[in-house]
Design a protein. Structure first.
Length: 196
């Protein structure tokens, strides 16, 4: 699946701004398959998370995003970036249809399995099953990622860090696979917190 031109332009501009303003540390991009389909999944800290991820990836990420972001003036932008609308008020089956169509053509679907920004005191919130289900249904790997630190001006202090971990395969026991994914990310976050 080829990246669309609008996405490429926005990613280029995004990277310039992010590099100047936040100077994030990005590790493990080699863990993202160069051409084959995959799901990437990780924790969600701020609304800027997907913006940073777009800036520092060589592939187009098709993010799952809440339906409300597709309303009004943001709609053309969200569609241009290849985002997938999610109605969080119901069990939205269209999400799987649209995500599977991306994966069918060797694309990348990006998910925050917590479902929203984590504003609790917990390291991570319980993951929804969607990421592992999509990976299993499409016989592809999941690339876990973690976001730690803060979006500080010019990267001063505890600067923001994005790390992609080793890909994992999903078994037919989706609940077990979901727990595995969550535990990998939680442990990495806890390890990072101990370094502070």
């Amino acid at each position: 699946m080829r990246d669309n031109l609008f996405y490429k332009i926005m990613a280029f501009l995004d990277k310039i701004v992010f590099t100047i303003v936040f100077r994030p540390k990005v590790i493990g991009r080699e863990n993202i398959p160069k051409t084959s389909k995959c799901v990437i999944a990780g924790n969600h800290t701020k609304f800027l998370d997907p913006v940073m991820m777009v800036a520092y990836s060589k592939r187009q990420f098709h993010f799952l995003a809440k339906k409300e972001l597709f309303d009004g003036i943001l709609r053309p932008f969200m569609k241009g970036m290849g985002c997938i609308s999610v109605n969080r008020k119901v069990k939205d089956k269209n999400v799987y249809v649209n995500a599977n169509s991306v994966l069918k053509y060797d694309g990348v679907v990006a998910i925050f399995p917590e479902g929203t920004i984590n504003r609790t005191d917990d390291t991570i919130m319980k993951f929804k099953i969607g990421a592992v289900k999509m990976a299993y249904d499409n016989d592809c790997v999941i690339v876990p990622f973690t976001i730690t630190g803060k979006y500080t001006l010019f990267g001063i202090g505890n600067r923001i860090k994005l790390e992609y971990l080793k890909p994992i395969k999903v078994s037919k026991d989706l609940e077990k696979s979901n727990e595995k994914l969550m535990s990998i990310i939680k442990k990495k976050l806890e390890d990072e917190n101990e370094k502070k």
